[in-house]
Ligand binder design. Structure first.
Ligand code: PAF
Length: 285
């Protein structure tokens, strides 16, 4: 497995692969791998000639009071795990190399970045869309793999790739969960043992929304009624401070006035030092 740190070298290598007709699968990450990441690496391995994993804690997507400085960076462990999954290249640039002095160009997917996490993390999705656009330019993947746990991020990357005509297929991948249902996340490491136990209440609250819809005799149902139970369940988790729990259209991410077909229930909950996000597709096809 090769480690590439220079953006220029990454791009030159990608040009060579392209000229030789080899397909490239990219998994963009911020490192601190868990089983969710590894499942993306394995899928990319099955579907492409070359697998590139980028490891870059992107300063542009962190707010001034967020966890950029403390974000875990277990580089040696990450390198070992990537090697075990058959990754060909880990692209690991420095912030200085990726955002040269005087950088002033940003990618903003305007509407999709506004609701849900966008309302609580100003500038976050601009940072994500910009770095992913840069990675697409540098790695030139045929396919790029993103987890459904970050559903809003996935929709934003899909829209950005379509709007800017990137010749890449954005591949949505299932959320990988712990045994008690908690979605895997590098930020779960911020939880104490007690908080970790309580965090399982988050996926349970989302599941309750699916059940309310399934067993309701009234169709369509009002989101207020559906979300009441989820809010109550989240409030019952000691120490949990939900930023939001919302029912939205899975494509536009706009809030639903009534739920008739498929809907996305999404939440972000602060628990101790962690901000945990999760979502579920609910309702009928
Ligand atoms: O999901 C992440 O880890 C990051 O937001 C991403 C897509 C690697 C961009 O920095």
């Amino acid at each position: 497995m090769k480690i590439i740190r220079s953006p220029k070298q990454m791009q030159k290598t990608a040009w060579r692969w392209r000229a030789a007709g080899r397909s490239v699968g990219l998994v963009p990450t911020m490192g601190c791998f868990h089983e969710g990441h590894l499942s993306l690496f394995r899928r990319a391995r099955r579907e492409n000639d070359i697998v590139v994993v980028s490891v870059f804690v992107n300063p542009a997507q962190f707010g001034p009071r967020e966890d950029f400085a403390h974000y875990p960076r277990p580089w040696k462990r990450d390198r070992r795990l990537a090697g075990k999954c058959g990754v060909d290249v880990v692209f690991h640039p420095s912030a200085k190399a990726l955002y040269a002095k005087g950088h002033q160009t940003w990618v903003d997917v305007e509407e999709l970045s506004r609701p849900l996490c966008g309302a609580f993390r100003p500038g976050h999705f601009r940072g994500v869309a910009t770095v992913v656009a840069k990675l697409f330019q540098l790695v030139q993947p045929a396919r790029a793999y993103f987890g459904r746990k970050d559903f809003q991020q996935l929709r934003i990357v899909q829209k950005m790739a379509a709007d800017l005509n990137f010749p890449v297929r954005v591949v949505p991948c299932p959320t990988v969960r712990e045994r008690d249902g908690l979605a895997m996340s590098s930020r779960n490491a911020y939880l104490s043992a007690e908080q970790r136990r309580r965090a399982a209440g988050i996926p349970r609250a989302l599941q309750s929304v699916g059940e309310v819809i399934k067993f309701s005799s009234q169709k369509p149902i009002s989101p207020t009624v559906i979300l009441r139970k989820a809010r109550a369940l989240l409030r019952r988790i000691p120490g949990a401070r939900p930023d939001y729990v919302e029912l939205v259209d899975p494509r536009s991410l706009r809030p639903l006035k009534k739920v008739a077909g498929r809907a996305l229930v999404a939440t972000a909950v602060r628990l101790g030092r962690a901000r945990l996000i999760d979502n579920r597709l609910v309702g009928r096809e």
